[in-house]
Design a protein around this ligand. Structure first.
Ligand code: GYE
Length: 319
């Protein structure tokens, strides 16, 4: 064997070792390139999720390319298409809506790029279009919120529901789980349901309008996330009413501001939905890059907190 050939083989061998040692070995041989298609910045939950994924990618030594569709589903599909065109190693998507994904995910599949869904699921007949979905069980979250209500207001309630973004997985399933439990109990009715887009300002606007309606009487607000609940609380106070007394407010997410609101006696309960998905996402990407099997569904554990537990829990809340 000529010495030149030996040297070339050595160089190739070292290159291979380096790429394997570099967190899973991307197809390009350099660091793993991850395209992250975030859906928006509507809530403090989503801000925490974005930061968690960015920080965890940095810790893993991955090259993260970030796009944010700011609530526009068409834009999000184009951004995923952009990542396919760039030939990234893996695409992470937090889908705004459940529908509209088949075409672009088939394009990713044809290009051999695995897709990891985070925090929201999609509607598809073809489960092979994505490697895994890392998210909470939103039906269960809705059930937990309703169960707290029937346990704590046994006499029944007239409920206003502030729902999330229409067509979004958590908006659909949090409604479903909540309705399932209250339907089993007499005296609990949803007297009005309106979307406030998971946004605090919109939660306040919608609640202001509902409080002015002479035909509507209610004593509970169930919001699909904390931000809308906090907006509703502002409106309730603005109308001279006492949240927690005149109107009970419950929600989902468990962000720090919700704990502060519980300590202040305004919000009555929240179901924690953990947005700190970054480390799990990076672990899964490592496994995919190493051609290991990953479970098709990874469920985050959720837990309900009520106002009486808030003061003790607040100092250790991470988001
Ligand atoms: O609960 C809400 C949001 O998809 C689980 O989206 C997420 C939800 C979260 O903006 O605050």
């Amino acid at each position: 064997m000529s010495s030149l050939r030996t040297v070339l083989m050595l160089i190739a061998g070292v290159g291979l070792l380096l790429s394997v040692g570099c967190g899973g070995g991307s197809s390009s041989g350099g660091s793993v390139v991850v395209g992250f298609a975030q859906g928006g910045s509507e809530s403090s939950w989503r801000e925490a999720e974005t930061k968690s994924i960015q920080d965890a990618a940095k810790d893993a030594g991955y090259d993260l390319r970030y796009a944010n569709a700011e609530g526009r589903p068409d834009q999000q599909v184009s951004q995923v298409r952009g990542f396919i065109a760039q030939g990234v190693d893996v695409i992470v998507v937090a889908p705004i809506e459940k529908t509209g994904w088949e075409d672009v995910l088939n394009e990713a599949k044809d290009a051999g790029i695995p897709v990891v869904l985070v925090d929201r699921g999609i509607d598809t007949q073809d489960e092979s279009l994505y490697a895994t979905l890392i998210a909470s069980d939103f039906v269960e979250e809705g059930r937990m919120a309703a169960q707290w209500l029937v346990d704590n207001k046994p006499g029944g309630a007239r409920i206003v529901e502030l729902s999330g973004t229409p067509g979004a997985d958590p908006a659909i399933d949090r409604k479903k789980g909540f309705a399932e439990i209250i339907d089993e109990h007499d005296g609990f009715t949803i007297v009005e349901s309106q979307s406030a887009l998971f946004e605090q300002a919109e939660g306040k606007n919608v609640m202001n309008a509902l409080l002015l309606r002479a035909d509507l009487e209610f004593d509970v607000v169930y919001a699909h996330n904390d931000d809308m609940a906090l907006g509703a609380i502002e409106a309730i106070k603005g109308a001279g009413l006492d949240p927690g007394e005149d109107i009970i407010v419950i929600s989902i997410d468990g962000v720090k501001a919700a704990f502060e609101s519980m300590v202040a006696g305004d919000l009555s309960a929240t179901v924690e939905c953990n947005p700190l998905l970054g480390p799990k996402v990076m672990e899964v990407i490592g496994q995919l890059m190493d051609d290991e099997d990953v479970p098709h569904r990874i469920i985050s554990e959720d837990k309900l907190y009520e106002a009486s537990q808030a003061a003790e829990a607040l100092p250790t809340r991470e988001y």
